[in-house]
Design a protein around this ligand. Structure first.
Ligand code: 57M
Length: 359
């Protein structure tokens, strides 16, 4: 809205010309998101405490988690509020992709909210059934995929990292591809969200990385120079990714060890979903394996552990899955696991950025 209100004034006051620039808006949008979370955080924590919205802790989890019982949860409401307000303030609302991303943000937050709410009233770790949660995620991802597929500037050629000459046109198959990416990322972020700051850190890292990818994909000359697909209008997602990073930093202020608040599914499901959606729109979906490498590692640890557990009647590869529990049970202090996982996420993100030049 600020963009729509203030940019037209540039004809009389030239200063307002800066609102045209994506880079300018990205910086101030991310600061807006950061300050909303930062200033509203204490109030939200107080309210959640008053409403007794505290975390239920599973009995069979690592010992260290029992002392976390009652930590206010559903802090994702704050992240989503900050993201939606900042997006409405700073982005160009005539851009289709912004609406696709807002659709995922809000609808996945609703699924997460329903899940958290049910856990809360049942006073146990059972919210929506895995099947109904997955079904809702799928339906909404299909709607998003169809929406993106029909955006005039979106083409259905797949970008294969390292192979600039190979870009198969998968036509409407792109919708299914988008669904896998969006639902997969949403669930992977959810699985990672099991230690203080463990999920939000890599979400910030992925957002900053996709800020760069969105900028180059939406800039006709830079995209041509780097020989990547140009997607007209995707540059506006630079601002959205900046907002995600800003809101994430504001939330991390309170979620860092020892956490004063957890995000809940209302945070983890939409955060993963929107990272997947940005990857689809910027056509850097395959690169997400690296950018969100930590989420992939955590999700694979669960897939292998559960598969092995079932095949061998109860034997395990890891002491416990997802992987962060394995290191907890090995006796690593929680902050050490968190920071080391962040270090891995930063390393993977840097490698992914370097691939822009390796073609
Ligand atoms: C939800 N939720 C956290 C918090 C957060 C298939 C199976 C591997 C699924 C998996 C599962 O249910 N994962 C998804 C993970 C929970 O956090 C809440 O949930 C939100 C995210 N959805 O925002 O509201 C707990 O995580 C801790 N936490 C923090 N700091 C944070 O900032 O410390 C969260 C955020 C919180 C808090 O303790 O209560 C969770 O871990 O439950 N299931 C599991 O992860 C379980 N794994 C398992 O059963 N593994 C088996 C295999 C064979 C399936 C095995 O390896 O033997 C474990 N999780 C727990 N206890 N907690 C097992 C036991």
């Amino acid at each position: 809205m600020l963009y729509h209100l203030l940019y037209p004034l540039h004809t009389t006051i030239s200063f307002f010309n800066v609102f045209r620039y994506i880079t300018f808006r990205a910086i101030y949008a991310s600061l807006t998101a950061f300050f909303i979370c930062f200033f509203m955080g204490p109030w939200v924590i107080r309210k959640l405490n008053e409403m007794q919205i505290g975390q239920y802790i599973q009995e069979d989890g690592p010992e260290n988690h029992h002392k976390k019982a009652g930590t206010p949860t559903m802090g994702g409401v704050l992240i989503i509020f900050s993201v939606v307000v900042s997006t409405l303030l700073w982005t160009n609302l005539t851009n289709y992709y912004i609406w696709a991303i807002l659709l995922v943000t809000v609808s996945y937050a609703f699924i997460g909210f329903a899940d958290d709410y049910l856990m809360l009233i049942r006073k146990q770790n059972k919210g929506l059934s895995a099947r109904s949660k997955f079904l809702m995620q799928m339906i909404l991802a299909i709607c998003t995929g169809i929406f993106i597929y029909n955006c005039p500037s979106f083409n259905t050629q797949l970008n294969i990292p390292f192979f600039k000459n190979i870009s198969p046109d998968i036509g409407w198959g792109y919708i299914f591809f988008a669904v896998i990416v969006i639902v997969g990322t949403s669930n992977a972020v959810n699985l990672t969200d099991g230690l203080d700051g463990l999920a939000i850190g890599p979400v910030i890292i992925a957002s900053v990385t996709y800020m760069l990818f969105a900028y180059v994909t939406g800039h006709v000359r830079i995209a041509e120079y780097l020989q990547i697909s140009y997607v007209s209008g995707s540059g506006e997602l630079t601002i959205f990714c900046g907002i995600l990073a800003g809101a994430g930093l504001g939330f991390l202020w309170f979620n860092t060890y020892p956490a004063q608040i957890f995000m809940g599914d209302v945070g983890s499901l939409p955060l993963g979903g929107v990272i997947g959606t940005v990857a689809v729109i910027t056509k850097q979906e395959i690169m997400l394996i690296l950018v969100g490498g930590l989420f992939v590692i955590e999700a694979l640890s669960v897939i292998f552990q559960v598969g092995f557990f079932k095949m061998t009647n109860g034997r395990r590869i890891f002491k416990m899955a997802p992987l962060h529990h394995h290191f907890e049970l090995k006796g690593w202090p929680e902050p050490k696991i968190i920071v080391r996982f962040w270090v891995i996420a930063i390393g993977l993100a840097l490698i992914s950025i370097s691939t822009l030049k390796i073609r």
